[in-house]
Write a protein that binds this ligand. Structure first.
Ligand code: ADP
Length: 312
């Protein structure tokens, strides 16, 4: 029988402000655009929401600005049953926002303002110690300061809590030496190439690049390859987990669905490979719908998706 995992996310939140325009404005130009949509995002929040929708118990350690977006973000997380006691307000700062412009062709231009995410500090992690040390797993990404990630990895090792780091967006100055006690690193092929300084164009290259990181202390590397699936690399070798074939409608947020799903399935079953197969199904479901958090399946929707897959 699967158990309900307790997962903590130390990471970002963002508000997506999406304007649909017939064409991009030129510098100095004012243009009327047909429509606008607001959405909740940020890699940390997306991964937390994915795991929460699957039924895990979630705590988030994050920072919002002292503006209406911050209040909206906290309400959104609470709507998924996520514990927001440690989502604090950075007075005088803006929330993290992504200003997104989309043309009819799908071409987009995006400006990211990190806002309060840049103020999430090691002290915020220490303030949440009681909840963090009681978690089964701590999940991180790189939309918050690197020193906060290093500190969380080190404290989690002290507490004996398992860790997953999704090194996205790719950070040139990430110090792999600070990640020696990390449980799982989950990069895509581009992030893996940058972290290892090695090519990742083929399976043997992916394995060699991942092994170079494992040699530096990281427990296991899980490489996501879009529709080509996932590779699990441990000191014992590499295992391929294929992607689930679906008609993709919108792949934004698939990586976050995969990682949030993996965190849930891993804490529920304790079986890494089984959790990867389940997470690949969960991410495949998310690409069949539009949007990020709203495209993530609930337990019931995921059960139905799996029933259809098992019947075909
Ligand atoms: P990222 O966006 O972080 O680069 P990926 O594109 O590798 O992440 O996607 C993460 C996972 O989501 C993949 O490993 C795969 O399991 C699943 N996935 C992504 N795109 C598709 C797709 N078109 N069809 C089926 N599964 C997909």
């Amino acid at each position: 029988m699967d158990r309900i995992g307790r997962i903590a996310v130390v990471g970002s939140n963002m508000v997506d402000l999406v304007t649909y325009t017939d064409r991009m404005p030129a510098p100095g130009e004012t243009l009327e655009a047909p429509s606008f949509e607001m959405g909740n995002g940020g890699k940390g929040a997306n991964q937390a929401v994915a795991a929460a929708k699957l039924g895990a118990k979630l705590v988030m350690v994050s920072k919002v600005g002292s503006d209406i977006f911050g209040e909206n973000t906290i309400r959104n997380l609470q709507g998924f049953g996520i514990d927001t006691r440690h989502v604090s307000v950075a007075q005088g700062m803006s929330s993290g926002v992504a200003l997104i412009f989309v043309e009819p062709s799908g071409e987009n231009a995006i400006l990211i303002v990190k806002g309060a995410n840049a103020a999430l500090s090691p002290a915020d992690v220490d303030a949440a110690e009681e909840l963090l040390r009681g978690a089964d797993l701590i999940l991180m990404q790189l939309e918050v300061p690197l020193e906060t990630v290093y500190h969380t990895v080190a404290r989690a090792a002290e507490w004996g809590v398992r860790t997953i780091l999704n090194p996205a967006p790719a950070a040139r100055d990430l110090d792999v030496g600070q990640l020696a006690s990390l449980g799982f690193l989950v990069p895509n092929e581009t992030e893996l190439a940058q972290l290892s300084g090695l090519p990742t164009g083929s399976d043997p290259e992916i394995e060699a690049a991942a092994q170079a990181l494992i040699a530096r202390g990281i427990g296991a590397v899980i490489v996501t390859l879009g529709a080509r699936g996932v590779r699990l690399v441990t000191s014992e070798g590499m295992v391929a987990v294929p992607a689930v074939a679906v008609e993709a409608v919108d792949t934004t947020g698939a990586g976050d669905a995969f990682i949030g799903g993996f965190a849930h399935f891993l804490t529920a079953s304790g079986d890494t490979l089984a959790a990867l197969h389940q997470a690949a199904r969960y991410a495949a479901h998310s690409v069949t719908g539009r949007g990020t958090q709203k495209s993530y399946a609930t337990v019931a929707e995921f059960a139905e998706f799996c029933r259809v897959l098992d019947d075909r």
